[in-house]
Each structure stands twice: as C-alpha cells, then as structure tokens.
Design a protein around this ligand. Sequence first.
Ligand SMILES: CC(=O)SCCNC(=O)CCNC(=O)[C@H](O)C(C)(C)COP(=O)(O)OP(=O)(O)OC[C@H]1O[C@@H](n2cnc3c(N)ncnc32)[C@H](O)[C@@H]1OP(=O)(O)O
Length: 131
Amino acid sequence: MVEVSTFQLIKMGDLNHHGTLFVAKALEWLSETGFITACHAYEDPNELVYRGMDDFKFLKPADKGEILRFTGKIINVGTTSLTVSVKACSFADKDNSDPYCMGKITYVVIDKETRKKKAHNIPKEIMCEHK
Ligand SMILES: CC(=O)SCCNC(=O)CCNC(=O)[C@H](O)C(C)(C)COP(=O)(O)OP(=O)(O)OC[C@H]1O[C@@H](n2cnc3c(N)ncnc32)[C@H](O)[C@@H]1OP(=O)(O)O
C-alpha cells in the first residue's frame, strides 16, 4: 500500500481575486503529489507521464496562512496505467475527513525511447481505498 503526503503553506501569491486559494495553484500541488505518489510505485520518472484527471472537486475555500496536507494513494493499477487519488486537507484535519479539494489522476508508463505506452508490471497489492 502506497501513501504519500506533501505539505504547502498558502501564501499571498497563491490567491485568486476572492482572496482564497486559486484553483490553478491547487491543481499544481495536487498533480505534484500525484506524480510523487506514482513514482513510489514506478521508480523511473522519465517513463511516467500524466494521462488525465477525473472527478476534480473544490469543496470549500482555503484561506491564506492555512497549511495543507496533500495525501496521495494508488487506487487503481492497470496494464500500462495507474491511478492516484489525491486529497488536500487542513494540516489540523488528522484523518483527512474534510477535504478542500480532491481528484483522481491517471499516469501511463511509456518507453523513454519510443514514447509508446508499455506494460509496467506493478503489483495490485499497492492499491488502497481512499476514505
Ligand atoms: C508528469 C508530466 O507532466 S507528463 C507531461 C504531460 N503528459 C504527456 O505529455 C502525455 C501525452 N499523452 C500521451 O503520450 C498518450 O496519451 C499516452 C502514451 C499517455 C497514452 O496513450 P493513449 O493511447 O492515449 O492511451 P489510452 O487511451 O489507451 O490509455 C492508456 C491507459 O490509461 C488508462 N486511462 C486513460 N484515461 C483514463 C482515465 N481518465 N481514468 C482512468 N484510466 C485512464 C486506460 O484505461 C489505459 O489503461 P491500461 O493500459 O492500464 O488498461
């Protein structure tokens, strides 16, 4: 089972015109955590590419000064792909029960010479349910 956490402090430059966390910044942090999580399952980052994101939701605004914990878990292992669920919660929300935003990101393994997708042979045991 793979679970990876990263942390971000929301600063002035991360805000939108409402004065809350800008969606593009949240997506950047979400996809960084997703990629780092995927690299724990497949260790060559040069052969791992982003394919798509599903079910991205922004559920409540996040304020300047908040420390966010992004938690990535592998929820599906296919033939060439793996899917990581990432949740962003307050640092104080110890059980990740009240996320600010979340999404499911799929990565595909490619051959670094041909750039064509290839089977990764990652064992399904690394998957877990994201509560
Ligand atoms: C980290 C980065 O920034 S990487 C840079 C940005 N990304 C890129 O440049 C990648 C550009 N895209 C590509 O080169 C190609 O689309 C590839 C090689 C990734 C995939 O090739 P495609 O022919 O489009 O892939 P295809 O549609 O068959 O999907 C491949 C796998 O992803 C899975 N997949 C694709 N979309 C989704 C999705 N939305 N949700 C879940 N799984 C998905 C498929 O089911 C398949 O899985 P499997 O082989 O494990 O059964």
